[in-house]
Design a protein around this ligand. Structure first.
Ligand code: FE2
Length: 449
């Protein structure tokens, strides 16, 4: 365990602290049994500041990927690698170039996805960085020169079309641009979206026909530049949810006012049979009133906005437990759905991670919970369908869990329909995986690895 003074920021302590080694190990020890249908890579991204520089916020450390390869019921390997961007190369070479923020000079630390045969490491202030299935970095990827804005860390892949829907935002005009890449990965549309000011736009959602934008009151404040995340809550900004046709060729967003709040992560959105649009999110009542802090993150709750066909908005908190890392079945993104998965966040003091996961049935309102042993901290878990034609939610929840008992981490696999029974497998890793951000299951056929 890394020893740090108690006054240090939360992200310098315990399992938030970075690891120093890039490790590769084969033939991992499995407790339980790995479902044989899991054939691919689980990859997850997170900040791992090279120089242990904790003066800037947790959100801005150098990106490091942690991956496990599963096949035939075995865990073939674990490895972790920095995303080797030009920015990291400069840092390693002792060249500090703070002026040189360009779209390809990224910390690439927030998410990792696969689309159109490419694996892309993402952070919201830069273009993607392509990596190989070995996690070796290929380089900045700007859709063959067509992407002229940053790319959100939360693109959405439409299960109906295979399209990649995403946006870029920045503090300069155009503040927000909505992009669509087709199933083959070609960037086919870019539409500028007007918002009130540079708002911190972390995620968005799609339905079968629309994209859902959130224009929320956490906005740019240059006096906070030294934090690395120059944004803070603004009481006078208001809050809006916007709908735009996915095929729109110009800004035609219809905006709807909602109660002020902040949202990093929608769980899902869809069009209901009565013509209303339902948007399920993890909602903060307010966020970063004084700018990014070092003590932790505010509480957030599962929340539903319903925008009816007449434009009336209703809001409902759907659960009183504080959560983050909402995920759903990838085959139901943008569609009427039933199941969501999240991690409770109220047990560590940081407001990030805990030893408890939840599955929600958003139709019945029921939920299930499972708590791991004391000393466990969970990261995000993702739903991997048992097969292409399995029922919604029939499959496996996969993610990393740190154990302070032995100061290491495991890749944990849960039966998503029976989380209360505990893990079906724990793949023990040769080192701990620091608390990080987002990952995805990448089926082997998606990348030809
Ligand atoms: Fe995120």
């Amino acid at each position: 365990m890394v020893e740090t003074p108690a006054a240090a920021p939360f992200y310098a302590q315990g399992n938030f602290a970075p690891v120093d080694l890039e490790v590769f190990q084969e033939h991992l020890r499995v407790e339980g049994s790995v479902p044989p249908e899991l054939d691919g890579l689980y990859l997850r991204n997170g900040p791992n500041p090279l120089d242990h520089d904790f003066t800037r916020h947790w959100f801005v450390g150098d990106g490091m990927l942690h991956g496990v390869d599963l096949s035939g019921g075995a865990a073939r390997w674990y490895r972790n690698r920095y995303v080797q961007t030009d920015r990291l190369a400069d840092k390693r070479g002792g060249k500090v170039a703070p002026d040189a923020h360009r779209l390809g000079r990224s910390e690439a630390n927030t998410n990792v996805i696969a689309h159109a045969g490419r694996i892309l490491a993402l952070v919201e202030d830069a273009v993607p960085t392509e990596v190989a299935p070995t996690l070796r970095t290929v380089g900045a990827y700007d859709f063959n020169g067509r992407l002229a804005t940053p790319c959100t860390a939360h693109p959405v892949i439409c299960p109906l079309t295979g399209e990649l829907h995403f946006f870029g935002y920045s503090a300069r005009e155009p503040v927000v641009t909505y992009h669509v890449a087709d199933q083959a990965g070609e960037l086919i549309r870019s539409v500028e979206i007007a918002v009130g000011a540079p708002t911190m736009m972390h995620g968005f959602a799609i339905t079968a026909r629309k994209a859902v934008f959130m224009d929320l009151p956490v906005v740019a404040d240059d006096s906070l530049l030294t934090t690395g995340i120059p944004f803070r809550w603004a009481d006078d900004y208001g809050a809006r949810v916007g709908l735009i046709d996915r095929g729109a060729l110009e800004d035609s967003v219809r905006w709807f006012e909602v109660d002020p709040c902040y949202v990093f992560h929608p769980l899902n959105a869809y069009e209901d049979h009565d013509g209303s649009t339902v948007v399920d999110v993890v909602r903060y009542d307010d966020f970063w009133r004084g700018g990014p802090g070092t003590k932790g993150i505010e509480p957030a709750y599962l929340h539903r906005w319903r925008i009816d066909a007449d434009g009336q908005v209703s809001e409902e908190r759907r659960d009183d437990r504080t959560i983050e890392f909402p995920r759903g079945d990838p085959r139901y993104i943008g569609l009427p759905y039933r199941f969501g998965y999240a991690i409770r966040t109220d047990e560590t003091g940081s407001g990030i991670g805990s030893r408890t996961m939840i599955t929600y049935d958003v139709v019945s309102g029921r939920s299930s919970e499972f708590s791991f042993e004391e000393g466990t901290i969970l990261s995000e878990f993702v739903l991997v369908p048992a097969s292409a034609d399995a029922a919604e939610g029939e499959g496996w929840l996969v993610g990393y869990a740190y154990s302070s008992r032995n100061d290491t981490s495991a890749l944990v696999i849960m039966d998503a329909e029976r989380i209360e029974k505990g893990p079906v497998a724990r793949v023990w890793l040769p080192q701990r995986v620091p608390q990080g951000f987002h990952g995805n299951w990448i089926p082997r056929q998606a990348i030809g690895a």
